[in-house]
Design a binder for this molecule. Structure first.
Ligand SMILES: NC(=O)c1ccc[n+]([C@@H]2O[C@H](COP(=O)([O-])OP(=O)(O)OC[C@H]3O[C@@H](n4cnc5c(N)ncnc54)[C@H](O)[C@@H]3O)[C@@H](O)[C@H]2O)c1
Length: 343
């Protein structure tokens, strides 16, 4: 699969690719792998021979400019130059930071990802958003830049803790809700196989999710319209992450955000009662929260602040049945009134 942007830039996405395949993209040049200690411990042996390794400290609290600065110092020490290839091997945090570091190092070098969490395979590694958090605001500093390649090796998901796998599933459910009713039904039927990490089933859901994301990104890389749909569940999901001080994983917060968006869509007559029940049932079966112990008024306040900081108005994504969605510009007052009944 490829993502082909109107200006000719392309990303190659290989589902079933392996970590060692990174070497193929480097040619004669040395590869610089950015990863974290946990992933290095598990998969360092599979890194291409001769690759330099730069370890990034794990966790959302370390997704910062300080970590970027330290990684740049290490790349200089290791002798990375303009012709080098930088590869991020790890979850969404490693991928987001690698894309950013590669985009600014010597004004930009080639880069690619080997995402090793479901979250990173179906979402973070594809779409060209790279960046870091700043003063409690998520992904406040960053760039749009597409990787040369993304190698999705679903075998690596075998070592992923179950909670992380379920967190990634939230994004798969999101993709299905936005654009693929058949994928939603597949998830309902094959959830057990997903949780048992059947390679065939994981390859299938990764591919289907990526097709949806690729199509949307090709049409609207910079999120001026259609791409906003990918934020289904995220407006309130980000607020949940922030107000809970990251007690919820990203996907868990998105799961709760999806449930809130579905309730609101039902309230607005866009989603039938039976469809709402199916969504809540799937999220619950996937081990994702469908409610959080934070008042909706506080979540809306946080969402509004977040958007103001970004100079954006609140574009709320709603379900239109299962497998379709719409973006509605709404004020916080309007949302508060509606959630009064639906929250
Ligand atoms: N750029 C985007 O479009 C985009 C989209 C979605 C999410 N994100 C970002 O991604 C981040 C979340 O990503 P995540 O959920 O992958 O979290 P993460 O990167 O923190 O990884 C989760 C944990 O799993 C470990 N891990 C990674 N691969 C493993 C494996 N194969 N086996 C065992 N353990 C493994 C990691 O070390 C980490 O402890 C957030 O910062 C979010 O903002 C970005």
């Amino acid at each position: 699969m490829t993502i082909a942007l109107p200006d000719g830039r392309r990303s190659e996405i290989a589902i079933g690719g392996r970590i060692r395949d990174i070497g193929k993209y480097a040619g004669e040049k040395r590869v610089f792998i950015l990863t974290n200690p946990e992933v290095f411990e598990l998969y360092g042996d599979a890194f291409p021979a001769g690759a330099a390794v730069v370890l990034l400290p794990p966790g959302e609290k370390n997704k910062t400019l300080d970590t970027v600065s330290a990684a740049v110092s290490r790349l200089i020490e290791e002798g990375a130059d303009r012709e080098s290839l930088i590869a991020g091997v790890g979850g969404g945090i490693v991928c987001d930071m690698t894309g950013f570091i590669a985009s600014i190092y010597m004004r930009g070098v080639r880069f690619g990802f080997v995402p090793t969490t479901l979250m990173a395979q179906v979402d973070a590694s594809v779409g060209g958003k790279n960046g870091v958090n700043h003063e409690g605001y998520k992904n406040m500093i960053g760039v749009f830049n597409q990787p040369d390649f993304v190698l999705c090796d679903t075998e690596t998901l075998r070592t992923l803790p179950e909670r992380e796998l379920k967190s990634g599933l939230a994004e798969v459910v999101k993709s299905a809700l936005i654009a693929d009713a058949a994928l939603f039904e597949y998830l309902e039927n094959r959830l057990g196989d997903i949780l048992e990490r059947s390679k065939e089933v994981l390859d299938f859901i990764v591919e289907r999710s990526l097709r949806i994301k690729a199509k949307i990104v090709e049409a609207d890389e910079r999120e001026a319209g259609e791409r906003r749909k990918l934020n289904l569940g995220h407006t309130l999901g980000h607020a949940i992450e922030k107000l809970s001080d990251n007690a919820f994983l990203h996907g868990e917060a998105v799961g709760a955000g999806l449930a809130l968006a579905a309730r609101l869509s039902n309230r607005l007559g866009l989603l039938a009662d039976g469809e709402l029940s199916r969504i809540l049932r799937l999220l619950t079966a996937a081990g994702l929260p469908v409610a959080v112990p934070i008042e909706i008024a506080l979540l809306l306040e946080a969402a509004e602040k977040d958007k103001k900081k970004q100079g954006d108005s609140l574009h709320f994504v709603l379900n239109k049945g299962i497998g379709d969605s719409i973006v509605k510009k709404m004020s916080c007052g309007e949302l508060r009134a509606l959630f009064g009944d639906a929250g």
